[in-house]
Design a protein around this ligand. Sequence first.
Ligand SMILES: CC(C)(COP(=O)(O)OP(=O)(O)OC[C@H]1O[C@@H](n2cnc3c(N)ncnc32)[C@H](O)[C@@H]1OP(=O)(O)O)[C@@H](O)C(=O)NCCC(=O)NCCS
Length: 142
Amino acid sequence: MEAGYLLRTGTPDDAESLVSFWIDAAENQGRPADRPDDIRQLLERDPEALFIADADGEIVGSLIVGWDGWRFHLYRLAVRPDWRGRRVGRALVEEAERYCMRLGSRRIDAMVLEGNELGVGFWEALGYTLQPDWRRWVRTLT
Ligand SMILES: CC(C)(COP(=O)(O)OP(=O)(O)OC[C@H]1O[C@@H](n2cnc3c(N)ncnc32)[C@H](O)[C@@H]1OP(=O)(O)O)[C@@H](O)C(=O)NCCC(=O)NCCS
């Protein structure tokens, strides 16, 4: 274990605790509420899609990676408040970048809420730049 935590792949057994973790640690504005079944569905589709930073069995960081065979997308980067500033976020993203390279993809994007200053500063520090001419268009199916 490095720096008091390890990086591991998330499993369906993480679903309940991950939802609780996100309530405290994630940027929760502007999206539907999370459900454990959504995480189970994600991992059924792609068992490699969830990266967890784990400190003695507790989730202290998360990142979802979405590889669709075309582009590589990052979602739900979150670090528990008392673990921030210890490069857990960087470790999660760099692990995802290595995974992305192994898959043969070279283009990564991250969803960042407008006005999320924690997120903006972080992504800039990691070398990501804003594409100002693009907007995401969404529709929630009911
Ligand atoms: C954003 C977040 C994941 C960063 O996690 P973290 O573990 O504290 O970040 P790290 O310690 O790995 O920081 C990595 C680098 O980013 C820099 N950084 C982190 N947050 C920063 C900020 N708000 N402003 C400027 N730089 C920042 C660090 O100084 C560090 O730089 P270095 O490695 O070159 O010295 C964390 O603040 C968080 O969970 N925020 C709430 C959820 C959120 O907003 N997620 C992002 C969604 S897009």
